[in-house]
Write a protein of this length. Sequence first.
Lengths: 248, 327
Amino acid sequence: MKNLIHAELLKLRTTRMIYGLALAALAFVPLSVAGAIISAGKSGGGPALGTGEGIRGVMSAGSSGILTVLIIGILIIAGEFRHGTVTSTFLVSPKRGKVVGAKIVAAGLVGTGIAIVAAVLTLAISVPWLASKHIHLHILSHNVGMVLLGGIAATAIYAAVGVGVGSLIRNQTAAVVVALGWVLVAESLLISFAHEIGRWTPGGGAAALDGVSHHGLLPMWGGAVLFVAYGLLFAAGGTRFIMRRDVS
Amino acid sequence: MGEGRTCLNGEAMATPPAHSGVMTSIQINGLTKRFGNVVAVDNLSFEVAQGSVTGFLGPNGAGKTTTLRMLLGLIAPTTGSSTITGKPYQELVDPFRHVGAVLESTSFHPGRRARDHLRVLCTAAGLPLTRADEVLDEVGLSEVGDRRVKGFSLGMRQRLGLAAALLGEPEVLILDEPANGLDPEGVHWLRNFLRFYADQGRSVLVSSHLLAEIAQTVDNVVIIAKGRLVIQSSLADLTDRTKPGVWVRTPQAQALRDALAAKGIAAELTTAETVMALETTTEDVGIVAAGAGVVIFEMTSKHFDLEEYFLELTTPTTDPINEGALR
């Protein structure tokens, strides 16, 4: 298993895809953090910066890179089917469940890494900026530390969800389109306009875990439990599907 | 056909074909695969002896690739089973150390460097990374190891695939149409390589849709058509069947055969009205027929080469000449 995880990490390192995606994810962080700070307290923006909710809004903006991790999770498995490399992957390790497990761990590790850098970036931008507005952040406080940790956890779990989706949907492009469409359109609408349903979606759980303050969402711990459950569900479903699939 | 034998030059001839009674490396037992209504492989059984090169032949679409993928645990058979070195592939511990397979030339990530592709496999298989450089050298790709695979020709991809298969120094090598995309020099190199490999006591199963492509290399052949076994034989036995002969249509087929046999000419009744006389000429058959008072309606000399014979074995035909030659 350890060998397989190392092999998956080496696979990621030896193509350009991961660098592009990581860059895209991190490039998005300053934009969303700046956006959150500038729009806070204004009409159409989040709660005012002086409030706890406002701080949480800024901190969670930094984890907007989680979508990228979802994509990495999808590509790490669907890409193998696209390029046919899955053949040699399964020849080295005919026990396919282990391969899927190694991919989840690898995607999760990379995702966590990206999330940690995103969290550091978020702090690097928001601490001096907010200080100039005479708002001082305490990194260990609930509003800052928990939100950043939640964002990192959500990112790691999104990797597992991505591997599950990439296993279940054969076509790489279709898998990415479906996943992004669901997260960006369907879930956003549900969370905003039908939060009785939206709070139970994977994205609803992730947002709650992420510390996003929205009146319809579950509490943070509830979001954590829900999103972990979704992560396990997708991973198990994907594994089951991959085990039965003919590789031709 | 004498020609086919003389083509087996030098060292190739030194290895006796068909090691019957020797340990089997690959055993296929009644494999069947249905895709919907299509039966791709139909109750197929054969075996590969240790230390031999076995050609797995059949026209495109005969079910060769599906069979090999079932053998390697990539496709689940509808029924039947198979083992390599005594175990189903999925149950092998460290399969890369037992079996190397080259399945298709396109299964590389185009953006990954050749050496990295091999290093990934080394890592997953628990082999030292230095093996990547060693096998690159073995297949003659050392100089392009740092290039991304998307710039590789089909022939280079085939070599890289072979390099990957060699990583674990396996005792069994399985290759699916390895000569595709190779230039004549590459095919020559591949033949020598496979021969060398088998002479070390290891086994090779190599598929092809062209018998000629591998006839110079193989000890045994397994021929399939439409998913079914047509023949499993040593190459020597197969070439014996392709000796030149004379086909005769006569109302006295039985009498002609007996007359020929009396003169020491082997002949078979192929239908009630046709005879196939082996290793003889139309002149000799004509003289024998005249001596025996046999009426001849039609007579023609047949010369088969191995490739023709292969075509006949794998192509359904209603031509009585070919039907006759088969048996």
